[in-house]
Design a binder for this molecule. Structure first.
Ligand code: NAP
Ligand code: ZN
Length: 370
């Protein structure tokens, strides 16, 4: 019995003792099947749960990596796979113990739906680093029903209220969805490394994460330089808040910035040369990876040694910080730049993501699933 069959067997056992209801979804049956309509069982909301009718779900490049099993060694995919972790919707049921929401409220769900709650990281609000590993919104062990969790390419989701976020009525709901992953994943490291006025900050890649990083770094007062492989994104990058744009394929343009950056955030989803960016850091500068290319990237030691530079990584952000980010966005009028799609266009959207052809996040209007 392989891992997937084992997971499904446990799921059948657990589901027979739990109340569930059917949800419409788009799922992948294998790494090569593409996405197609199907249905799954969700748990009926328990006292501390909210059931959310999903209005919008963003399309993250992680959805594509996971659906195609590109992270096979780190996070192998269990099929069927229902991706989606940039969820905005309306509460249709609130359990008897729920305090934060009532029926009819707008609520959002990001990349996590549970964590142990008692380890040092959880206690300090960094559930993404939970010692027992947080339950991610999809492809994580489902502690209630068995099997794996299913994400937001669906008409509804049920989560513990502690993992649902409040959304300001001032924000456009479709353009808010990408904040739940692309937003927090870029906000959190920019805050952690204390990006501020007077600093020179680089952002590598202008996709879903990159365009949010440009907006936040600009809002925090930094001098923002965007590195792109797509010359046709230059004017958009300047409009989004970059002060300068560098075409990274042009060595002469890169040379001009040698040893000048305080901080660089790398959002690239595929193979690329990290060493070229390490060389652009000044003494004690940091290059932080948020992009998750499936294959290892070659690293030369000397770029780090000279100038005591640092290479780091960051993954999403805690629930408290996600709420802080949403509130910051409401206050500063920040949302994602989106292309709205119907769910039937999601396979085409994946193909366009692979060509770096999105301006700058696809968001699925979930009414198309009805
Ligand atoms: P995306 O919208 O597809 O953007 C990626 C951008 O990277 C592209 O628009 C492109 O920008 C650049 N790029 C793509 N291929 C490249 C190549 N071969 N060489 C150089 N640049 C290239 O993806 P996303 O949704 O922003 O996600 C980006 C990465 O972050 C993915 O690997 C995703 O899994 C990961 N991620 C990590 C976290 C986390 O918590 N750490 C959270 C979410 C996502 P230009 O056209 O400007 O060059
Ligand atoms: Zn994501």
């Amino acid at each position: 019995m392989n891992e997937a069959t084992l997971a499904i067997a446990t799921q059948d056992e657990k589901q027979s003792t739990q109340k569930t209801y059917p949800a419409k979804v788009y799922s992948a049956r294998s790494a090569t099947s593409g996405m197609a309509p199907s249905s799954i069982q969700r748990r009926a909301p328990r006292p501390e749960d909210v059931q959310i009718e999903i209005l919008y779900c963003g399309v993250c490049h992680s959805d594509l990596h996971q659906v195609r099993n590109e992270w096979v060694s780190a996070m192998p995919t269990v099929y069927p796979c229902v991706p989606g972790h940039e969820i905005v919707g309306r509460v249709v049921k609130a359990g008897s113990a729920v305090k934060k929401f009532k029926e009819g409220d707008i609520a959002a769900v990001g990349c996590m739906v549970d964590s142990c709650g008692v380890c040092p990281s959880c206690r300090e609000g960094n559930e993404q680093f939970c010692d027992k590993v947080a339950t991610f919104t999809y492809n994580s062990e489902d502690k209630h029903l068995g099997g794996v969790t299913y994400g937001g390419y669906a008409d509804s989701i049920v989560v513990n209220e502690n993992f649902a976020l409040r959304v300001s009525p001032r924000l456009d709901l479709a353009a808010t969805a990408p904040l739940l992953c692309a937003g927090i994943t870029t906000y959190s490291p920019l805050r952690h490394w204390n990006v501020k006025k007077g600093q020179k900050v680089g952002v590598v890649g202008l996709g879903g994460l990159g365009h949010m990083a440009v907006k936040f770094a600009n809002a925090f007062g930094a001098n923002v330089v965007l590195f792109t492989t797509s010359a046709n994104k230059t004017s958009d990058a300047l409009r989004l808040g970059a002060h300068e744009v560098v075409i990274s394929k042009n060595p002469a343009e890169m040379q001009k910035h040698l040893a000048s950056f305080d901080f660089i955030l790398d959002t690239v989803s595929a193979q690329h040369d990290l060493n070229a960016y390490i060389d652009l850091l000044k003494r004690d500068g940091t290059l932080t990876m948020v992009g998750a290319p499936p294959t290892p990237l070659p690293l030369g030691a000397f770029g780090l040694l000279f100038k005591r530079r640092q290479l780091a990584g960051s993954i999403i952000g805690g629930i408290r910080e996600t709420q802080e980010m949403l509130d910051f966005c409401a206050e500063h009028g920040i949302t994602a730049d989106i292309e709205r799609i119907r769910i039937q266009q999601v396979n085409e959207a994946f193909e366009r993501l692979l060509k770096s052809d999105v301006k700058y996040r696809f968001v699925i209007d979930m009414s198309s699933l009805k």
